[in-house]
Ligand binder design. Structure first.
Ligand code: HOZ
Length: 437
């Protein structure tokens, strides 16, 4: 067999020798879809170029942060200026205050925010804070919702309804997840049962309001209302994980979408990441003053980080938020995403391929299923073989979507109508090959 001349293959072979699986985050390895990961050489606007200098229309955008597209001039300028002033100090800066003020100005109910470096760190600390603030241990999460890889959150449902869960990763002792209950998303009866049985022990309920780690699955308005009511009634904190959806599905995040349908709706703690760092390692969690003041150095709940509030990352996040709050930004982004999703649905229909899709703001998802799933077990019915054919068909045609059917997609302000139409045309060609069945 002739040796491959593909430079991505060569890089992957080299990477495998020094990095476990060749990647620093598992999904990047293409294990679910097969083939060789594309090693990104550079990116600009809606595109990136791989090691072979092949251009792709990018619908991952670093898994959400690149809402303005790659290399936005205002963001680049802010980062370059910040970098010349210093990379990291381990001491407070004015820019941290400015970013905190910017975030709070966009989240009316939130009174304080703490900046950290990753969504995992933010989610993990939000759980610790809920436990510290309530003096309770139990938490509820939902199957298919991902909140980073903190030990207590790497857990799947236990053997019965409303029982505590089992670890999903080696290295997580069962005792560490013994206080984590895993319930079915959008299942009100199960939620009520869990609170009826364990209400007095529940410190918090953590949820993705639109789950972006089982592709794209919305919490129903009724389910969301019930989560809020039961947390309030039992003295538990409602933790909204908006790492993906925050500043991405709407300027006010998914909570603003639910607040339109549920009067006065507000979570107690919000976990944020991705867009607020504009592509730099930055995340945050925030809530009411009384809860947030439980954190060290004011309160007994410990959290710290050398790179927390990093000056270059905060400059990047600040410049990004200042762009997305400009009038009309989300209307334009939403229109682009609708154009994409509508076009994909129509193309699949023409070819007779069972397909359903949904979107909010600049985030979307699709399933090779005739109807949108409501929870993880339904997501798992999606046709993996056909997804892989679709993924590779698009990739061959210069369109890069997430290399796993459990992941959401992201549109940026840099995607033009022509990019979106080219994507739909590519999908139409692939759907025609997938055909019916
Ligand atoms: N957490 C991402 C999947 N939902 C993967 C992040 C990455 O590989 O960059």
């Amino acid at each position: 067999m002739k040796p491959s001349t593909d430079l991505n293959d060569a890089l992957m072979a080299r990477a495998r020798r020094v990095i476990p699986g060749g990647v620093n985050s598992p999904v990047r390895a293409f294990r679910a879809v097969g083939g060789t990961p594309r090693f990104v050489q550079r990116a600009q606007g809606a595109y990136f170029w791989d090691a072979n200098d092949t251009r792709y229309i990018d619908y991952i955008g670093s898994w959400g942060p690149m809402i303005l597209g790659h290399g936005h001039p205002a963001v680049l300028e802010a980062v370059q200026k910040a970098a010349t002033e210093g990379f990291s100090f381990g001491a407070p800066t004015e820019r941290e205050i400015a970013l905190a003020e910017e975030i709070l100005s966009l989240r009316p109910g939130m009174e304080m925010v703490r900046l950290v470096s990753s969504g995992t760190e933010a989610g993990m600390t939000a759980i610790r804070l809920a436990r510290g603030a309530t003096g309770r241990s139990a938490i509820i999460k939902f199957e298919g919702c991902y909140h980073g890889h903190a030990d207590a959150l790497l857990v799947k449902a236990g053997s019965g309804l409303a029982t505590f869960g089992n670890p999903t990763s080696a290295g997580v002792p069962p005792e560490v997840v013994q206080h984590t209950m895993v319930l079915e998303y959008n299942n009100i009866a199960q939620l009520e049962q869990a609170f009826a049985e364990h209400g007095a022990q529940i410190a918090g309920l953590i949820m993705e309001p639109i789950a972006g780690n089982m592709n794209f699955v919305r919490a129903s308005v009724d389910f969301t209302r019930r989560c809020r009511e039961l947390c309030t009634r039992h003295g538990a904190l409602l933790i909204y994980d908006e790492v993906m959806t925050g500043f991405r599905v709407a300027l006010g995040g998914a909570q603003s979408v639910y607040a339109r349908a549920i009067h006065g709706f507000e979570p107690d703690i919000t976990v944020m990441g991705k867009v607020i760092g504009g592509g730099m390692p930055l995340a945050a969690f925030g809530g009411k003053r009384a809860v947030m003041e439980q954190l060290a150095p004011l309160g007994p709940v410990y959290q710290a980080g050398t790179l927390s509030g990093n000056p270059v990352a905060t400059a990047c996040g600040l410049a990004t938020l200042r762009e997305i709050r400009k009038p009309g930004f989300f209307e334009a982004l939403t229109a682009k995403t609708h154009r994409l999703v509508g076009g994909l649905v129509a193309a699949a229909q023409e070819a007779g391929v069972p397909f359903s899709a949904d979107s909010e703001g600049g985030m979307f998802g699709f399933f090779l299923l005739p109807e949108l799933p409501r929870h993880y077990a339904e997501v798992m019915k999606s046709d993996g073989t056909r997804f892989n054919q679709l993924f590779h068909g698009l990739l061959e045609r210069g369109v890069y979507i997430a290399p796993a059917l459990y992941e959401a997609g992201f549109v940026s302000a840099a995607h033009s109508d022509a990019d979106i139409d080219a994507t739909i045309a590519a999908a139409r060609a692939v759907f025609a090959r997938l055909g019916t069945g």
